[in-house]
Design a protein around this ligand. Structure first.
Ligand code: SF4
Ligand code: SF4
Length: 56
């Protein structure tokens, strides 16, 4: 998952939708942990296009 901190509005929608608890909302943005399974759910709910799927 590619994250653009410039676009993020800290709404928390991605955190709520993630079933793996792989996203943490912090004062300076969000961070992903190793539980992420690249399901793309967070990117699909982000209202600001701050998350884009990227297969590593
Ligand atoms: S891609 Fe899926 S598992 Fe990974 S952070 Fe987003 S919602 Fe969670
Ligand atoms: S859903 Fe998008 S705008 Fe909202 S906190 Fe997550 S990355 Fe930021």
């Amino acid at each position: 998952m590619k994250y653009s901190a410039e676009r993020c509005g800290y709404c928390g929608a991605c955190v709520s939708v993630c079933q793996k608890n792989a996203i943490e909302l912090r004062e300076t943005g969000i961070s992903f942990n190793l539980k992420c399974e690249n399901c793309n759910a967070c990117a699909s709910v982000c209202p600001l296009g701050a998350l884009t799927f990227e297969n590593h």
